[in-house]
Design a protein around this ligand. Sequence first.
Ligand code: ZN
Length: 340
Amino acid sequence: MKYLLLTTLAVLTVSCNSAQTTTKSAEIKNLTRIDYANTITSEDLSKHLYIFASDDMEGRMTGAEGQKKAAAYLKDFYIAEGIKAPLEDGDYYQEIPADYFKRMRKAKDSENVVAFIKGSEKPDEIIVLSAHYDHVGMDDDGNVYNGADDDGSGTVGMLEIAQAFQMAAKNGHGPKRSILFLHVTGEEIGLYGSKFYTENPIFPLENTVCNLNTDMIGRISPEKVENPNYIYLIGSDRLSQELHDVSEAVNKEYINLEIDYTFNDKNDPNRFYYRSDHYNFAKNNIPIIFYFNGVHEDYHKITDTADKIDYDLLAKRVQLIFQTTWEIANREGRITADKL
Ligand SMILES: [Zn+2]
């Protein structure tokens, strides 16, 4: 009796499991780009940023101990997610020797952190997502410049984008073109990490479709407090009308942020187009978009901390970058620099 009962139970369990598996695989098949975008959440971004912009990272000064910790955090994330390194021997660090950082006194070796998802149909065409993970360190009194917005926000955004694409790839919905996740060093002291990458590219620059760069996307600038559902875009139409049009269409269809082009004006006195890492790609005629929230009262102050980030807005902006990347990676034709 006992034996029989066990057998019956065993059969029930098996059939139950197989039914579940069938439903599950059907569910996975039906997952859409919106479902993957929705895995990018304010909770996950906040969890990462409170660690990444903590005092423990000592302001992530290029070459300093705190920055090494920050680099390890990124690398460990990619390893845990099963996202591979693009360099030989599975190396996630693109080493940059100290003497490359010419404007820095007592410079030390530093590294770009890189991870890679290979395209399923056009693996040689590379989309580069970038965000700088260095910041300005500590002051003489030991106060930490946490750089939560600058550029912790863009950095943790890239982690979430990578995770979403990796999940899609595992389910057979991987990007057709390849995506390189490029966490650059040395930005605050002169855009060195991105300069080094474009002079020593892991993948040929002629195969680099575009660069989407994120530098400060977690805050609301004072002039936008009344209408905070916004993002500034810079550079999208400078080299490629096509990139600009794709970016606009994706936002309209999936996200609906107000896209503000104020700082894209060629006569804008702030000259932001030249002031972050995308510029090293643009000067090589690679189409770029720079995502930016504008400056605010805590910009480059010790008060740029994780508690001041608007995480829901950050998630929405990161989802915009994810959806734009998805479109560029999966559309039929490659984005071209049609304005050259
Ligand atoms: Zn920055």
